[in-house]
Each structure stands twice: as C-alpha cells, then as structure tokens.
Ligand binder design. Sequence first.
Ligand SMILES: Nc1nc2c(ncn2[C@@H]2O[C@H](COP(=O)(O)OP(=O)(O)OP(=O)(O)O)[C@@H](O)[C@H]2O)c(=O)[nH]1
Length: 320
Amino acid sequence: MGRMSVRTQSPEPSEQAAHRAGFACFVGRPNAGKSTLTNALVGKKVAITSNRPQTTRHTVRGIVHRPEAQLILVDTPGLHKPRTLLGERLNDVVRATWAEVDVIGFCLPANEKLGPGDRFIAKELASIKKTPKIAIVTKTDLVDSKALAEQLIAIDQLGKELGFEWAEIVPVSAVGEKQVDLLADLLVPLLPEGPALYPEGDLTDEPEQVMVAELIREAALEGVRDELPHSIAVVVEEMLPREDRPADKPLLDIHAFVYIERPSQKGIIIGPKGKRLKDVGIKSRQQIEALLGTPVYLDLHVKVAKDWQRDPRQLRKLGF
Ligand SMILES: Nc1nc2c(ncn2[C@@H]2O[C@H](COP(=O)(O)OP(=O)(O)OP(=O)(O)O)[C@@H](O)[C@H]2O)c(=O)[nH]1
C-alpha cells in the first residue's frame, strides 16, 4: 500500500495565516450524513435532515465563521441515476455546484461497504480535476476501529483506482461530535485567501421562503414517506406581515401549497376529517416560528399537480 494520510490531528496553525474564505460542498449517497454534518459544523439547524433519502432538494448554505476563515457550506441534493426529468435537472445542479466550489467533501458512511452508488459518484468526482477532494468517513460512532480501518483503506484504494489522491481522509461522527472541528481545520487551508464573503451572524442565505417550504414538506412527509416517497412538493406563495398589528404583536401570514401527484394521494395528506393536515400545519408552524422568530399564521392548501416530476412547466413553477 502506498502513502495514505488519515487525519486525526489538526495541522499546526502558522503564525500569521492570511484570512481565507470560500465554498465547500458535501457530496455522497442519500443518507450518507451530509445534512447532519453541515448542521454539526454550523452549530444550528439550517439544512433539513431526515432518515430517508433525497430530502435535500434545494441548495442550502451553512456558514462557519472563524477568526481566520469563513467556510461556506453548500449542501447539494444527492447525485443519483436519473429516472425522471427532475432527476436529470438535479444532477445538473449537483455538477454545476461541484465545479464552482473550492473543495469537495465526499461523505461515506463508516457502517456501509462501498457500493456502486459510491463508485458512480467517485467517478464523477474524478472528472472534476482541479477541485481538491476530501474523503469524509461519517457515522464513525456506529463501527469499531477495525471496521473503520478497513473502510479507510477501501476509500484510499478507490481514489487510486480512479487516478487521484484524496487531499485528506477524515473520519468523523456528527452525532458523537467527534472530529467535526478537525474537519473544519482541514477544509480551511484549502480555501482561497480573501476577506469574509458574508457578514458574521449569517447562518444561511437560503431564501426564507424555500426554508419554510422545506419545513412544511418535512412535516407533510412525516409518517407517510412509504406511501408518498417523492410525490410531495411545497411552494410558499406568499409571506407577508399582517397589517394593522401593534408593533409588539406582529403576525406573519404564510400561504403555502402542498402539491401531490394524484388525487388519490389527497386523502393520505389530509387524513380523516382533515386531522392530519391540521397536525402538519401545527407542527410546521411551530418550526417556522422558531426559525423566523415571529408568530405565524399558516394557511395550507393541498393541490394536485399531475405527474409534476415529469412536466417541465410544473418543474419551473416549483423552482427547479
Ligand atoms: N449514528 C450516526 N448517525 C448519523 C450520523 N450522521 C448522520 N446520521 C444519521 O444518518 C441519517 C441520514 O443523515 P442525513 O444527514 O439526513 O444524510 P444526507 O446525506 O443529508 O441525506 P440526503 O438528504 O438524503 O442526501 C439520519 O438518520 C442521521 O441521523 C452520525 O454521525 N452518527
């Protein structure tokens, strides 16, 4: 076996390191732990996580502010074998993102053997020559040290097979809060020198409407993912402060549509006597209020957008 550098310690900071700022994105199979890792690095919930694949439809950025650097995380949807027009568009978005960032973090769960899905992504990565690639072994809390060592070797080997060297191979656990800071330490030197690109305190520049839509979508999918895996889209039509409210009692009116593909799915979303939709409304309203820090009146409507995953006009309307 040739040289393999697996990091468990931070590099020594040099005396007067120049300020750096730039973009990183995490790629990897669905469920690889990208969103959870983004949240762990940023320290606040900005991306939506779930235990089911492909919830990260939109590019969500989290920003790590440090005295010596600003690391902007771009969370892309998972690259996957396209079966629909939506799938193809998503893959285009992913590749465009990869070509623009300063460093790519390839997330591979420690507890799952490398598979065809990983190789598919790794091959695509290999074609993006100039961007440094860090292999991030996620969920290390789920395996013992022997299994972890085997995974590290397999990942090193994968890079060699495809003709490139990982800039680093870093084992992390976002849930166990292990080596997450180290990962940031290793990403920062790969960023270009330059001033901060965002004001301190900014955690995300994702338009609020998109984040609100994601929260509603997440709540709407809760418990019915098996029945409606990828058939829900949420569009926030309007977000306006209610007029004539006293300054100390503001209210934000939010009108949103939950799109489903078929009329038969309406019952699943709405539930008996509308109870389920009501619960979805209550749950997502609480999260939106926490996110935006203001009381919210949430108005949800369910609409059928037939086969929206295949129709370019619908896709545009839904922001793809
Ligand atoms: N034990 C453990 N579980 C983790 C860790 N990181 C993520 N998970 C779990 O793995 C599942 C997937 O994590 P996500 O962060 O949603 O994965 P993702 O790659 O963003 O998934 P997509 O949005 O589907 O692409 C969730 O159930 C997480 O709780 C970790 O460090 N340890």
